[in-house]
Design a protein around this ligand. Structure first.
Ligand SMILES: *Cc1c(COP(=O)(O)O)cnc(C)c1O
Length: 393
């Protein structure tokens, strides 16, 4: 059966992914099972999405309950779950307003559009250019790939959209030099995820904030990967004692249902007026009901506290591995967004971990990334570390 599915997939599904050979069938907490009955401990979480683990009963209940009442009416009408989720996000962040969409790329599209419209409305019509970071990742739509600082993402898709400049991440002088009277915003991930779990010094982030204030431009944080507790705080900006002007969220917000959000301060959000931006599905009741339950559950059960504790525990274990295995060049990360940089290709190690029943992820060819559900325990971490110790040896 499994081979049949794979064979069929390879003829009917666009081959945009080099998939691993398993057909996944069922999940529970940090565990997944494939159609052959093999069990895996999941340190990928559907790419930092299933923060509460798979098939979480509270989320299943919330979305099932909403599905029985109302699926979708569009944004021509108010719905209760959407309003409640927006209120929750606004009450727990720097922002005053939420715009809902369906993915990370769409949330960044909204942020790019809002930043430009804000200055256009102010009469500063020449301010159009957004400065983004080298090695960043912001999505695969035309605007977001144009904002992404990796050539391999853009290759073959010319013409790339204009209006994006790039500077090296963590280089404040390069940013200072790049800002001109045409700059409207800086767009960055506070910790680069796909770029290799690249962590800035806290001073750098504060200097970026100060520089944006001095020059009167907006600071957009793409927290699509770092948000919703992943780094050990609800939002990564909280590590740096500052606030962005606009923030985008997606991935873990509804624990696996598609959702994106752009959050902004009132003065800036005011530039989105009826007709200026829209999404048919954005913030639809079933998805927002699930997301609201995710937020409430995380708060009630102190899931972020577990993320901090387990993140520290895991990091310590990875540092021990680094002492032991010369193949590890660097250990890095915040909370449960952790990575180890190898001095060689990482893919064979991912395959060996799969053979031993662990899902991990390799980015930028040489970096193994660990992004387990935030409910992960010491038992799972110990088991993976033992597996890594074996395969790296
Ligand atoms: C995943 C990701 C995106 C894109 O999100 P999609 O939902 O795949 O469009 C954008 N920015 C960052 C930082 C991401 O990690």
């Amino acid at each position: 059966m499994t081979d049949e599915i794979k064979k069929k997939a390879d003829t009917v599904i666009a081959s945009t992914y080099a998939r691993f050979p398993m057909v996944m069938e069922r999940g529970e907490g940090c565990r997944l099972w494939d159609t052959e009955g093999n069990e895996y401990i999941d340190f990928v979480s559907g790419i930092a999405v299933c923060n509460l683990g798979h098939a979480h009963p509270a989320v299943v209940k919330a979305l099932s309950k909403q599905a029985e009442i109302l699926f979708h009416v569009s944004n021509l009408y108010y719905t209760i779950p959407q309003v409640d989720l927006a209120e929750w996000l606004v009450n727990h962040s720097f922002a005053d307003r939420a715009f809902f969409c369906n993915s990370g790329a769409e949330a960044n599209e909204a942020a790019i559009k809002l930043a430009r419209k804000y200055f256009s409305d102010k009469g500063e019509k020449e301010r159009k250019v957004i400065i983004a970071m080298e090695k960043s990742f912001h999505g695969r739509t035309m605007a977001t790939l144009s904002a992404t600082g990796q050539d391999k993402i853009k290759k073959g898709f010319d013409p790339i959209l204009q209006g994006f400049d790039f500077v090296p991440f963590k280089d404040i002088e390069a940013l200072r030099e790049k800002i001109t009277s045409s700059t409207c915003a800086v767009l960055m991930e506070p910790v680069q995820g796909e770029g290799g779990v690249r962590c800035p010094a806290p001073e750098y982030i504060k200097e970026v904030r100060d520089l944006c204030d001095e020059t009167g431009i907006l600071l957009i944080f793409d927290e699509i990967q770092t948000g919703i507790g992943r780094t050990g705080k609800l939002f990564a900006y909280e590590h740096f004692d500052m606030e962005p002007d606009i923030m985008t969220l997606a991935k873990a917000l509804a624990n696996g249902l598609p959702i994106g959000t752009m959050l902004a301060k009132e003065e800036i959000a005011a530039s989105f007026t009826p007709g200026s931006h829209a999404s048919t599905f954005g913030g639809t009741p079933v998805v927002t009901a699930a997301a609201l339950e995710v937020m409430r559950y995380m708060e009630k059960e102190n899931v972020i506290g577990n993320c901090q504790e387990m993140g520290d525990y895991f990091l310590e274990k990875l540092l021990v591995l680094k002492e032991k295995h010369k193949v590890i060049q660097d250990v890095r990360g915040f909370g449960l967004l952790l990575g180890i940089k190898l001095n060689t290709d990482g893919k064979p190690y991912v395959d060996k971990c799969i053979e031993k029943g662990f899902l991990i992820n390799c980015i930028q060819d040489t970096i193994l990334r660990f992004i387990p559900p935030l409910i992960v325990g010491k038992e799972e971490i110990d088991a993976l570390v033992m597996c890594l110790d074996e395969v790296l040896g």
